[in-house]
Write a protein that binds this ligand. Structure first.
Ligand code: HEM
Length: 400
């Protein structure tokens, strides 16, 4: 990337106050591909156009998923908060081409073995236990006490982790999605826990997802499985909790969805789908690296440049939604799960949908008169360039 190019800051208070305004300004000033500066002075191309994101994720030979191709590694600060998601490590998911098709496929297949009926039953139990803790109080913070707990507790069961590990893991995995140096340390702790789990299963295999990976004939190294387990856990927990939290916000603030939460179950699927268009959990995804000099959206992208996929901006692209918002959110053509061979696996999407739907439905059943306890405009979003999620969702309901 040309260092003379004036890159727009893609971090900090101004960005976090209204990321959608930053995306609109970038599109206005630069078109569908814009130069941005991530935290720590790291420059990248932000891909804002729906067609351009599709083009990038659909052409892995031009836009690689392998971070070893980056031409700016020498400029990346040691304690860069996004390091956990790009650091070259042995990983089936962060590989490319034949390697990804063979080894990444094994991870995707392992996710497809998760029994969704058993998972829904586990999520019901988890949700009931969490609600029991605040039901008598008549008030709760649904983000802190609920949506940011349910997905990790559910994934801990899928991984066969003991319940005692869940609180620390919830804390650490949440930190890995935020700005600042603590994100790097939280990542190290999580990968260390995954490595311990892998070694436990190598010594004493069980009938579970982790043992399947460890014992697979493709022959994964322990570190490789640990990295991929971290990547899956990070994606599963952060995205799914924000998906659930953003949908609850919508249901509690938009009269067309419900009167409080009591408006009913039929709204849940609509709210979940609308969030994938309007407040998608993975607002930016890091990313892809150009394998050669290439023209994209009117910009010259150099070999080894980093591309950040701005899925939130692509979903709002006026080229594909010329008449504004109405009507578009009923279909599933959003890019919330990305697309192509590295896109979120179908099995993972089903796991996420099972967790979010069940978690919200249990809440509807248990606390049907829940209402928001603050003005909708007072709700605040976490300072993360990657994720779109609330810091808290205070509600009240009849105690029981
Ligand atoms: C239990 C829940 C989930 C699991 C286990 C999961 C797992 C994964 C995995 C394994 C990948 C990497 C695929 C590969 O490189 O072969 C991935 C990619 C991705 N996932 Fe998910 N995911 C979950 C939920 C979600 C949710 C709720 C969203 C957003 C609404 C999401 C968005 C994405 C995106 C944007 C990518 C990147 C695709 C790319 O690089 O083009 N995921 N996910």
């Amino acid at each position: 990337m040309d260092p003379q190019v004036r890159a727009t800051p893609f971090f900090g208070e101004r960005f976090h106050r209204d990321p959608a305004a930053v995306y609109r300004r970038l599109r206005h000033d630069h078109g569908p591909v814009a130069p941005v500066q991530l935290e720590g002075g790291v420059t990248a191309w932000c891909v804002l156009g729906y067609r351009e994101v599709h083009h990038v994720v659909g052409n892995p030979e031009l836009f690689s998923r392998d971070p070893r191709r980056w031409n700016r590694w020498h400029r990346v600060p040691e304690c860069w908060s996004l390091r956990p998601y790009v650091e070259p490590r042995p990983s089936a998911l962060l590989s490319d081409g034949e390697d990804h098709r063979a080894r990444g496929h094994v991870v995707r297949e392992a996710l497809a073995t998760v029994d969704l009926v058993e998972l829904a039953a586990a999520v019901e139990r988890i949700s009931d236990t969490l609600i029991d803790r605040f039901a008598a109080r008549g008030s709760a913070d649904l983000v802190v006490e609920y949506t940011h707990q349910v997905p990790l507790l559910a994934m801990a069961q899928v991984y066969g982790l003991p319940d005692d590990d869940a609180p620390m893991l919830t804390h650490d995995v949440a930190l890995t999605g935020q700005e600042g140096e603590e994100a790097v340390r939280a990542h190290e702790r999580t990968v260390a826990r995954m490595l311990r789990l892998v070694r436990e299963r190598r010594e004493d295999p069980a009938e579970d997802l982790v043992s399947n990976l460890v014992q697979h004939p493709v022959g994964f190294a322990d570190e490789e499985v640990a990295t991929d387990l971290f990547l899956v856990l990070g994606r599963a927990h952060l995205t799914t909790s924000d998906w659930m939290g953003n949908a609850l916000r919508l249901m509690l603030t938009e009269p067309r969805f419900a009167l409080g939460l009591a408006g009913g179950r039929s709204s849940v699927a609509h709210a979940l789908n609308e969030v994938l268009w309007e407040d998608t959990p993975t607002q930016n995804h890091v990313g892809r690296w150009a394998t050669r000099d290439v023209q994209l959206g009117g910009q010259t992208v150099r070999r080894g440049d980093l591309l950040v996929l701005c899925l939130a901006a692509a979903n709002a692209d006026p080229q594909v939604r010329p008449r504004g918002h109405e009507g578009a959110t009923g279909n599933h053509a959003h890019l919330a799960f990305s697309h192509g061979e590295h896109g979120c696996p179908h099995a993972a999407q089903e796991i996420a949908r099972t967790i979010t739907t069940t978690g919200i439905e249990v809440l509807l059943d248990r606390l049907p008169d829940t209402t928001l306890d603050v003005e909708p405009g007072d709700l605040t979003w976490r300072p993360s360039v990657l994720m779109r999620g609330l810091t808290s969702l205070p509600v009240t309901f009849s105690p029981h």
